[in-house]
Design a protein. Structure first.
Length: 353
């Protein structure tokens, strides 16, 4: 979220410097209560009192029932606005935009399954294409393949378009890492970074086609658990993860690298390599730094146990001596201080050569 206002603010300034009064469009693929859509509007409004930004936000606007019933933030939203549908989210966004001095809400919500969209559908709304694409809906490999066609479409995304993969570290969308790596490897996008614990983003530098990202989609190993869906060969998935892990370690972005190490456990699980996944969890547990919370590691352990037993229990804990040492009073205080320092670190954009 910290990157979105910076990127949109720069786009707004460039638009006015170029003397253009025409609106430029942002494509928001996935709307979780409009957070990302509003963040880019906020950045544009901070750069100019009369921003020309326009946002198309696509979603099916259906939250999982367990989320509606158990997530305090979601429950509060439903109590205040009545539902999680586009009308309710639209009212919230109208109010938020008015509070920052915008008479008109520039966000257009569209209830639509992205899989039913084509490049021509998107161009019908924004004939000049989109300057920023925020990917927050690629929860299935099929969606990732569809989104990749948008990113490589020269009309939808021209040279200079920014792509931000908001779910790069999300256990439920492991194909995002593979997609971004392929776009970089094929020379379609170049990578930029914004600081520690900030998702890197990409800028389009060339127009060319990219072969299918998720090229071997199979039935999920666990019914109803999309994360367990094999989507490509194991070596291909590991290759993409290792690329970013090595990059993050080179930048000393240790926490980001650790989260992707845990996604490697997921890759092994999807390939049926349960013993190898267990061995990797053990190794990560033995070397996990005390200054970082081990939630990604515990999550990986729960997924391993789910596959082994067929019973889903995300409250399981890998209770080891190393974990207990990471959760002493002093270790927790260290994490608190480290987290606050990371929060205070400046966010900036920097191209990677």
């Amino acid at each position: 979220m910290a990157l979105c206002p910076l990127i949109s603010g720069e786009m707004e300034r460039r638009s006015h410097q170029n003397g253009s009064a025409a609106p430029y469009w942002v494509l928001d693929l996935g709307t979780f209560f409009g957070h990302s859509a509003f963040s880019v509007v906020y950045g544009a409004a901070a750069a100019c009192k009369s921003p020309v930004i326009r946002v198309l936000s696509l979603d099916i606007f259906k939250q999982p029932q367990w989320l509606v019933e158990n997530n305090p933030q979601v429950m509060k939203f439903v109590k205040e606005y009545g539902s999680t549908g586009p009308d309710a989210i639209g009212r919230r966004l109208d109010l938020a935009c008015s509070r920052i001095g915008l008479a008109n809400d520039p966000i257009q919500l569209m209830e639509r399954d992205v899989l039913t969209m084509t490049g021509q559908d998107l161009l019908a709304i924004a004939p000049q294409g989109y300057k920023l694409v925020m990917v927050d809906c690629a929860k299935t490999p099929e969606l990732m393949n569809c989104i990749t066609t948008f990113l490589t479409n020269p009309g939808v995304c021209g040279i200079g378009t920014i792509a931000l993969f908001q779910d790069l570290f999300d256990w439920h969308a492991p194909w995002n890492v593979r997609a971004l790596w392929r776009l970089l490897k094929e020379g379609v996008f170049s990578l930029c970074r914004g600081g520690k614990d900030v998702t890197p983003f990409a800028e389009k530098v060339a127009d060319r086609e990219v072969a299918t990202i998720c090229d071997d989609i199979k039935d999920p190993l666990l019914a109803g658990e999309t994360w367990s869906t094999p989507f490509t060969a194991l070596d291909k998935e590991i290759e993409a993860l290792d690329y970013f892990i090595q990059m993050f370690r080179g930048w000393r972005y240790v926490h980001s690298a650790l989260k992707l190490d845990c996604l490697k456990v997921g890759a092994l699980l999807r390939a049926g390599r349960l013993d190898a996944a267990g061995a990797m969890i053990t190794k990560l547990d033995e070397t996990w730094p005390a200054q970082f919370a081990d939630y990604p590691l515990q999550n990986a352990y729960c997924r391993l146990q789910h596959l082994r037993t067929g019973h889903k229990d995300l409250s399981l804990v890998l209770d080891t001596a190393r974990r207990r040492s990471r959760n002493t009073f002093f270790a927790k205080q260290l994490r608190t201080v480290s987290g606050r320092l990371a929060y205070l670190s400046p966010i900036h954009t920097e191209p990677i050569r």
